[in-house]
Design a protein around this ligand. Structure first.
Ligand SMILES: Cc1cc2nc3c(=O)[nH]c(=O)nc-3n(C[C@H](O)[C@H](O)[C@H](O)COP(=O)(O)OP(=O)(O)OC[C@H]3O[C@@H](n4cnc5c(N)ncnc54)[C@H](O)[C@@H]3O)c2cc1C
Length: 328
């Protein structure tokens, strides 16, 4: 039996681990991880990853523990005293890859060569790159994010999330005096690179951010849903199934959970139980709908340029998904 796991992110690593643990040799296909985002992993997800991969991710070099979160939303401010781990996705997947190699050397192989996925008995599709014409994706908005490096005077070790005149922003410390700043806007045409500085100056960050540099090009962060989510011999997981608006803050957790459910579905298939595929599809769609509901709640009533459109398209998406999502 030839089992392929396509992709090299957290969802791919999780699927490969669970398969190997149950004795299924699998091949991870795809180039080395080509994104390097700074993300915050909440405590539940951290526990889950540490438990699965028998690792202490907080000990990975460059990982940085954050004490809590300061939230400035809808004119109100709040402190959430709940710790999280700030880590680069490159370092995270590297650590998981190392554990996989150490524990399952021989049961998991790796290739960055292009493989015809049709040759596989079963494929876990964890790549954001849709490889063939049988798959398509639907976008639910046009909002974009840019990421910049920030030098900070503050060493309180809190991340900060707040609404701005243009949308919202998130400052995630990477060490005591440095961090990554995400600026999310609905309409990039109205926002030259200088809007990152403007966002900082017009917000509570102006007192702690000393300088901003290395501003990256805009990337789409509106939710995207891949179709179809399952076929008889393929199942889409993590960002390969749908991408999260970062406002939810738990993309990594969803990636791990979707892989756990997908591998269970696969084990059912092996036992001749085929209904699991439909159950998996329905679960992912429900999760996606819940995510869109969350986005609609956050963005409702936002008056900054383009946000009324983002809200409208989210509601339209929910309407569109209703008949499919209500099936059990
Ligand atoms: C700006 C931003 C901030 C975020 N902040 C957080 C956060 O704070 N906390 C959190 O939990 N989540 C956050 N997320 C979401 C999180 O990064 C993802 O949900 C998570 O990485 C999903 O893991 P994955 O393995 O499913 O997909 P990914 O990590 O996206 O991996 C997808 C796979 O596709 C491959 N791939 C992509 N493009 C190509 C290509 N052209 N050719 C071949 N292969 C390709 C990649 O190499 C990788 O193997 C954020 C996302 C964004 C965009």
């Amino acid at each position: 039996m030839r089992i392929l796991v396509h992709g090299r992110g957290v969802s791919a690593m999780t699927a490969a681990w669970i398969l190997a643990e149950q004795g299924y040799h699998n091949t991870i296909v795809g180039p080395s991880y080509n994104q390097d985002l700074q993300v915050a992993i909440n405590q539940d997800t951290l526990r889950l990853l540490n438990e699965i991969f028998q690792i202490q991710l907080q000990e990975v070099p460059t990982a940085h523990w954050i004490r809590g979160r300061l939230v400035g939303w809808n004119g109100e401010s709040d402190a959430v005293n709940e710790g999280s781990l700030s880590i680069r996705t490159g370092a995270l997947t590297h650590a998981l890859e190392s554990q996989l190699t150490k524990r399952f050397n021989g049961s998991v192989s790796w290739t960055d060569e292009k493989i015809d996925l049709e040759e596989a008995t079963f494929t876990f599709e964890a790549s954001t790159k849709l490889q063939d014409r049988q798959f398509s994706s639907l976008s639910f908005g046009k909002r974009v994010a840019t990421i910049a490096s920030a030098r900070m005077s503050d060493s309180s070790n809190f991340s900060r999330v707040e609404q701005t005149k243009l949308g919202w922003q998130f400052l995630l410390p990477t060490s005591e005096n440095e961090g990554k700043l995400f600026v999310i806007v609905a309409n990039p045409d109205l926002c030259p690179k200088s809007c990152v500085e403007t966002a900082v100056q017009d917000s509570s960050l102006c007192s702690i951010v000393q300088s901003v540099e290395d501003i990256q090009p805009w990337v789409l962060v509106a939710p995207k849903l891949s179709q179809p989510l399952v076929t008889a011999n393929r199942i889409r997981i993590g960002e390969g199934a749908f991408s999260f608006d970062p406002v939810c803050g738990d993309g990594i957790g969803y990636a791990v959970r979707s892989s756990l459910l997908a591998t269970t579905t696969f084990f059912d298939l092996i036992r001749g139980e085929f209904r699991g595929l439909e159950y998996y599809r329905a679960r992912i769609l429900k999760t996606f709908q819940a995510h869109l509901h969350g986005c609609a709640n956050v963005y409702s009533g936002w008056s900054a340029d383009g946000w009324a459109g983002e809200f409208a398209v989210t509601l339209k998406g929910l309407e569109f998904l209703k008949p499919i999502g209500t099936r059990n």
